[in-house]
Design a protein around this ligand. Structure first.
Ligand code: NAD
Length: 364
């Protein structure tokens, strides 16, 4: 089994060995001199359906860094869709450049033409550095786009659904650790009160959890404390808490932080929370901390855009996101039965679904 969120750090590599190692199907390198577009679309796997994943615009330091990112992210999308029970494959796009300075209508529309050329193998959406407005431009050139504004029949900002899914995964984890999924009175630390973290704080405060928050953005902290009564702390990793919810950065579960943690559950939105899956997954297990796999419980946003692809209905999106609760419980049971850490269990279950569906599709 290869770690679903493994990050390649070697500088000595060639493209086809990378595509082969992680079993990518295709990449499309897109260039347009007039608009300045330099983009890479990676389709990792289409066994379950068309590859869906956002377009990230980022000022990558090198082409290699951009390629590494798009390969890693597209592969992660395959696992996220598979474990969430969606009929979607994994794909992702990156545009190389400064989103504040280099993005334009023409650039996004030219990108939309490249997406269209893939004939539906790839469906794009917004991501870091792109917005619903950008997706409207893309939509002028292709129908293979989701994440459109509500006014255009889309699902709008996916963050509330992402937060709702995290909340479901957190409740399931509480059930596993405390025997009840009632979060009333539970001490929950939310690291990062941005788009997802703030919605999570709202849900937690409605359930009368005791909420602690940290952020580097003062305005966000003020909103969390004034609107929802959350208590601001400096070092949220170290406080005694029942549940820790990382909603800011990846790699937060590393040697140093795990040594400081005093919690029974970790359930948050941030992508790639485990610094090194094969080291820090087992370490959390050893410490008896229930870790809700990030790529499962932060899938609410993906579920939201999947709904949009099938004709948007908010209630269906909420209902499907609620399934994260049961899937999280199933993963805890599977991990226990097979003496695995939970991230490995989730990866294994995603791979099993992919393998079974490959079999189903090969039948007539
Ligand atoms: P965001 O940028 O809106 O919020 C992130 C917040 O974290 C910001 O308020 C930022 O100031 C804060 N932050 C940054 N560094 C910090 C630090 N060292 N300590 C404390 N706070 C810090 O992003 P978001 O959309 O809320 O996403 C949060 C995480 O969830 C990211 O890892 C993202 O990849 C992941 N995620 C988001 C979605 C979604 O629908 N938005 C879906 C899946 C996964």
């Amino acid at each position: 089994m290869i770690e679903a969120t493994a990050v390649e750090t070697s500088t000595d590599w060639d493209l086809f060995s990378k595509l082969g190692k992680y079993d990518h199907e295709q990449i499309l390198v897109c260039n347009d001199n007039t608009t300045g577009l330099k983009a890479i679309i990676a389709v990792h796997n289409t066994i379950l359906g068309p590859g869906l994943g956002g377009t990230r615009m980022w000022n990558y330091k090198s082409e290699q860094e951009a390629i590494r990112d798009v390969l890693r992210l597209s592969r992660g999308m395959t696992y996220k869709a598979a474990i969430s029970g969606l009929n979607l494959g994994g794909a992702k796009a990156v545009i190389i450049g400064d989103a504040d300075k280099q993005k334009s209508e023409a650039l996004m529309r030219r990108f939309g033409k490249f997406v269209n050329n893939l004939g539906g193998k790839y469906i794009t959406a917004e991501d870091v550095g792109t917005t619903t407005q950008d997706m409207e431009y893309v939509n002028m050139e292709t129908d293979y786009v989701v994440g459109l504004p509500v006014s255009r029949g889309g699902g709008g900002d996916p963050s509330p659904l992402t937060a709702y899914g995290v909340y479901m995964g957190m409740k399931a984890s509480a059930k596993k650790q405390f025997g009840t999924d009632n979060l009333s009175g539970k001490k929950v630390g939310v690291m990062g009160v941005g788009k997802v973290g703030m919605h999570l704080v709202e849900l937690l405060s409605k359930e009368n959890a005791e909420v602690y928050v940290s952020d580097i953005n003062e305005a966000n902290l003020e909103e969390a404390s004034k609107t929802y009564g959350a208590k601001v702390v400096e070092d949220i990793v170290s406080i005694e808490q029942d549940i820790f919810a990382p909603c800011a950065l990846g790699g937060i579960l590393n040697d140093e932080n795990i040594a400081k943690l005093k919690c029974a559950v970790i359930a948050g939105a941030a992508n790639n929370q485990l610094d090194k899956e094969s080291v820090h997954g087992p370490l959390l297990k050893e410490k008896g901390i229930a870790y809700a796999p990030d790529f499962l419980i932060n899938a609410g946003g993906l579920i939201n855009v999947y709904e949009e692809w099938n004709g948007y209905n908010r209630e269906n999106a909420m209902h499907d996101t609620e399934r994260i609760y049961q899937t999280t419980l199933d993963i805890y049971s599977y991990a226990e039965a097979h003496d695995m850490h939970t991230q490995a269990a989730a990866t294994k279950l995603a791979e099993e679904r992919l393998s079974l569906m490959r079999h189903v599709q090969s039948r007539i």
